[in-house]
Design a protein around this ligand. Structure first.
Ligand code: SAH
Length: 429
């Protein structure tokens, strides 16, 4: 444990330098939000009036990714004046340590080239920008690898483009016919950057997968046990005041099949879309080689009701003003591990190996965040910047803040079993 951490830090000290990169926060006024709520509420109302109550998953999908008014689709939602802030937006230390971890694990795989780094749900592109900077310090740049971003939001794809690339990207209309990606550019360090809609569209090559706060945004179904057995929680319209409300399905719905027979909870959430994406990622890792790192808030299959809204950093009723608040649910990591280790029957792939989950505070401490903080403080001449660095470190690692809530899960191909027995992944042991 000590030696992994020390080896990583030796890399850091020798290669990645001591420059401090300030974080900027979103300061755009949220002018379109009320409009969003009206458009979405009308569409949801019409749908319920026409065909009856909808599932929580249908509601989440509509509210978050409706092409015209979805929460993520047309604005920046992060930072102090947004609705929530994420670890890479808090400090460069987070992305730097992940980058060093990736270099270490890629080296363990024999440094195959060319490879791709595929990030699911890259937000503002801040984590990827930190990773590319560190990779360039290790002289991994240019055609050694490409960057693949799986992003549903055209607005955020534009923000990512500005963050990662000095040139304007080529949009879909200018791309060769049959391209799987919808836009492409070249990064500041000379690597191809391409944007995709789905994991299944990614090129077939060795891949370092990353998903930070991605799975919590994917739709969930809510199930509840009643006297007659399992039923689904649906969303209906209260005809008297036209507000949305939860109701329980009269009969079993298809989502009820997703709970285990020996389930002891009376209420739970399932995310079939998360399982499908994890299986797709695991299949690629098995077939083409690669590693997956999933980071999110979540649990090991023991929580019951975690569906909630966030607006201006505060809890918000998820059924009020849809489209103006983030909707999220804790990630069920036990379900993701099940998906990574249960091959789809029609495909010939072996189960991935999984490591974790471990708490963020343990992962970051083991890979050297304390030493990294010391290094940055030693090169810092500005008292405010030093204070910011210290408070970022606390926010990322304190169990009362993000330290225990956020978990790390890693996926590896089964062929690496023997190597990993000797050299387990840093941060996980
Ligand atoms: N990883 C970033 C952003 C997290 S927010 C960070 O930690 O700062 C969730 C991200 O996932 C956003 O970029 C959002 O647009 C994207 N997203 C949400 N649902 C998606 C889907 N179904 N497919 C692809 N991207 C999605």
């Amino acid at each position: 444990m000590q030696s992994c951490s020390r080896r990583l830090m030796t890399y850091l000290s020798q290669k990645i330098g001591f420059a401090i990169h300030r974080r900027y926060f979103c300061d755009k006024a949220k002018t379109t939000l009320k409009g969003n709520a009206n458009i979405l509420l009308k569409q949801i109302e019409a749908r319920i009036l026409a065909a009856g109550p909808i599932t929580v998953a249908e509601y989440m999908k509509e509210v978050l990714t409706n092409p015209t008014a979805g929460y993520y689709m047309n604005r920046d939602v992060f930072g102090q004046t947004g609705d929530f802030i994420t670890s890479p937006e808090i400090s460069q230390m987070f992305g730097e340590l992940i980058a060093v971890w990736l270099v270490n694990e890629w080296t363990k795989c024999g440094r195959p080239t060319p490879f791709q780094i595929a990030e699911l749900g890259p937000g503002r592109g801040t984590l990827m920008a930190d990773i590319l900077r560190v990779f360039s310090k290790f002289k991994i740049a240019g055609s050694d690898f490409s960057v693949s971003l799986v992003e549903v939001s055209p607005y955020l794809a534009q923000v990512q483009e500005k963050q990662l690339s000095p040139r304007q990207a080529q949009e879909a209309t200018k791309l060769p016919q049959g391209s799987q990606h919808y836009k492409q550019s070249i990064s500041f360090y000379g690597s191809q950057v391409r944007w995709y809609n789905h994991v299944a569209d990614l090129p077939r090559t060795f891949t370092l997968f990353l998903a930070h706060e991605f799975f919590d945004a994917l739709p969930i179904h809510k199930l509840v046990k009643v006297d007659q057995g399992w039923r689904e929680v649906l969303i209906d319209l209260n005809r008297e005041d036209l507000t949305l409300r939860f109701v329980i399905s009269r009969d079993r719905t298809p989502a009820c099949l997703y709970r285990l027979d020996n389930e002891s909870r009376e209420e739970l959430e399932v995310s079939p879309q998360s399982l499908i994406i994890t299986q797709a990622m695991a299949a690629r890792i098995h077939q083409d080689g690669g590693i997956g790192l999933v980071i999110d808030y979540g649990h090991e299959g023991d929580k019951t009701d975690t569906f909630r809204g966030f607006k201006n950093h505060k809890l918000h009723d998820p059924l009020v003003d849809p489209g103006t608040a983030d909707l999220t649910a804790d990630v069920d990591f036990s379900a993701l591990k099940w998906a990574a280790t249960h091959p789809r029957t029609f495909e010939d792939w072996k189960a991935n190996l999984t490591f974790g989950t471990v708490d963020q505070k343990d992962f970051l401490t083991r890979v050297g965040i304390n030493l990294r903080l010391e290094q940055l403080l030693a090169s810092c001449r500005d008292e405010d910047v030093a204070l910011n660095l210290k408070s970022a470190h606390k926010m990322l690692t304190d169990p009362m803040e993000m330290g225990s809530k956020f978990k790390f899960l890693a996926l590896y191909p089964s062929v690496m079993e023997k190597i990993l027995e000797r050299y387990p992944p840093p941060g996980f042991v």
